[in-house]
Design a protein around this ligand. Structure first.
Ligand code: XMP
Length: 328
């Protein structure tokens, strides 16, 4: 099945960013006669979609950034700063209670994505109503709908912004990037002057898919701390040229209880899996070979900074396929 996915891959660099941007602005103008809100996650895809929409619609567009409670450490501050600097009107909505309530008792990854998709849509519908918009601009790219079953018989995983959208959506979707792959979006991001065009991708459902098993505020906090440590340590190693920049690097909190030692006592804690992969487009990926010292440092920090909560750190050596990049 994954081989079929690879077969859909086009040659990279086939778009001319300037031409694509011009054409996208024309299409957005044609597709949005009134007002639109933009689903902005702070990631490259939705930021590119947002800037193109602003070019097309000006004040008729407003970006909405949802704090789901499932974001990475420092993300709200980073996104706020970016939008303040850009000319784009934006709004930050704290909806973490809604998201944790929607996820309560849910362990199935596909169900998590559906619930998250629905929660996002309800927030956007509310914001659209207040703004008087009837269009929702999303930064959906080709792998999102391909992996959600758009071009294949089987769904690999439902991306929250595709299969996770409820059928009773009251807004018309506008998806200017739906034919692009990540490397093409990055070329476009560089063309539009978006900083951090090389930033690693982060899944729209956020830490919910990196908290394997039940998603509680407490378990999400642990995943957030572990993710921040992996990011810091890998970025430090990249800056020191100890390793090449990986495609993605993150931590996953596993749904297991395992035994550790704290002082003189045996304790029960959780386990974290570290995932660092190389890839060119996320359709396939290779687990990266990391220096032992880097892995040891990550394990030491995770178990110290989450002392008694996480007592074991594993390194995931599986390629995609057969595994996917994210655990869920
Ligand atoms: P997988 O895990 O399918 O991931 O190998 C491929 C790429 O997609 C990201 N990913 C997602 N992105 N919504 C997103 O916006 C999702 O539900 C989702 N699931 C995975 C993943 O981080 C990787 O870059």
């Amino acid at each position: 099945m994954a081989g079929g996915t690879v077969g859909l891959r086009r040659e990279t660099g086939v778009i001319d960013p300037a031409k694509f941007a011009e054409e996208a602005v024309r299409r957005i103008t044609a597709e949005v006669p009134g007002k639109a809100i933009i689903a902005a996650s702070g990631g490259i895809d939705s930021t590119v979609a947002a800037l193109l929409t602003e070019r097309a619609l000006g004040a008729r567009a407003r970006a909405v950034f949802v704090d789901t409670g499932l974001l990475r450490s420092g993300e709200v501050e980073r996104v706020t700063e970016f939008f303040r600097e850009s000319r784009l009107p934006f709004e930050i909505v704290d909806a973490s209670d809604r998201f944790f309530a929607a996820l309560a008792g849910v362990e199935d990854p596909e169900e998590k994505r559906r619930r998250i998709g629905t929660a996002f849509v309800r927030v956007f519908e509310k914001e659209a109503e207040a703004f008087g918009a009837d269009r929702l601009v999303q930064g959906t790219i080709a792998p999102d709908w391909i992996e959600s079953g758009g071009a294949l018989r089987d769904t690999i995983k439902t991306h929250h912004n595709v299969g996770g959208i409820p059928s009773d959506l009251r807004l018309t979707l506008v998806e200017p990037l739906r034919d692009l792959y990540k490397d093409e979006v990055r070329a476009l991001a560089r063309h539009l002057g978006i900083p951090e065009a090389e930033r690693q991708p982060f899944p729209g459902p956020g830490l919910a898919v990196r908290v394997s098993g039940p998603v509680t505020p407490d378990r999400t906090r642990r995943a957030r701390v572990a993710n921040a440590i992996v990011e810091e340590e890998v970025e430090r190693a990249v800056a020191a040229r100890t390793i090449a920049r990986p495609w993605q690097y993150f931590a996953v909190l596993l749904p297991v209880r395992t035994v550790g030692v704290l002082g003189d006592n045996r304790v029960h804690g959780e386990a974290v899996s570290v995932r660092v992969v190389e890839s060119i487009d996320a359709m396939t990926a290779t687990a990266m070979e990391l220096p032992r010292a880097l892995l040891a440092r990550i394990a030491e920090r995770v178990t110290r900074e989450l002392s008694g909560e996480v007592v074991r750190v594993l390194y995931d050596v599986t390629d995609k396929p057969p595994a996917t990049i994210e655990w869920e």
